[in-house]
Design a protein around this ligand. Structure first.
Ligand code: SF4
Ligand code: SF4
Length: 90
């Protein structure tokens, strides 16, 4: 059995990030830095997934997701197309 590694990854929308540094200031693990005026997760492996950066960013430029979701995302776009619309009618 492979050892299960818990962790988080960061989705940075560089287009929206204005490099204000709010997320950096609020990150309790201080793992975010500015690189070329944009936020960059320098040590993503120590992220605790508190999502303070995500909540505090005024521009929705950073998102934090569990690694498991990344693996899912590689397979599909996150919408369950196997469910017919009728399934939502109670
Ligand atoms: S989720 Fe929390 S620990 Fe991780 S980068 Fe954002 S503020 Fe820092
Ligand atoms: S708070 Fe948002 S806009 Fe500001 S540096 Fe962080 S990600 Fe960029």
């Amino acid at each position: 059995m492979a050892e299960q590694k818990k962790g988080y990854f960061h989705v940075i929308r560089e287009k929206y990030c204005k490099g204000c540094g709010i997320c950096i200031a609020f990150c309790p693990k201080q793992l975010l830095v500015l690189k070329n005026g944009k936020v960059f997760p320098e040590r993503p492996e120590i992220c605790i997934g508190c999502r303070m950066c995500e909540y505090r960013c005024p521009d929705y430029a950073i998102e934090v997701k569990p690694i498991e979701e990344k693996e899912h995302q590689d397979q599909d776009v996150g919408i369950d197309l196997t469910l017919p619309p009728e399934a939502h009618h109670g």
